[in-house]
Design a protein around this ligand. Structure first.
Ligand SMILES: [Fe+2]
Length: 121
């Protein structure tokens, strides 16, 4: 996916929605393209994967927000299906990242345990 066009257009702007003036779309974008000159060579793939995960999560939010905005049932179904596919993409990039960043893999588990302990689950 690319962060041009509609992503730039929607960035930190409210959508003009006369039928639904209460709806506000806020897009949170990662810094892309990555400035590779400032990234240590050994960290490039990890940084790319983190940026890719952020991009996919942004896409999930965007498609879900768009689905909420439209009254077109077909469009809503397709947008929600695409949002689901973006979640799969998050998993693909995360699987690769966890293979490269063992600290992240460990801390992901730590975070999960902390939540379970704090919530008593
Ligand atoms: Fe994607």
């Amino acid at each position: 996916m690319y962060f041009t066009g509609i992503y730039s257009f929607l960035f930190w702007k409210d959508l003009y929605m006369p039928k639904k003036p209460h709806i506000q779309v806020i897009i949170m974008l990662s810094k892309l393209p990555i400035n590779l000159d400032k990234v240590d060579k050994k960290d490039i793939d990890k940084e790319i994967l983190r940026a890719a995960i952020i991009a996919e999560l942004d896409a999930v939010n965007l498609y879900e927000q768009m689905a909420q905005l439209t009254d077109n049932k077909d469009l809503k179904v397709i947008l929600m299906d695409v949002a689901k596919e973006e979640k799969t993409h998050v998993g693909e990039f995360q699987a690769l990242l966890l293979g490269l960043d063992k600290e992240q893999e460990k801390e992901l588990e730590e975070g999960k345990k902390e939540v379970e302990e704090e919530l008593g689950k």
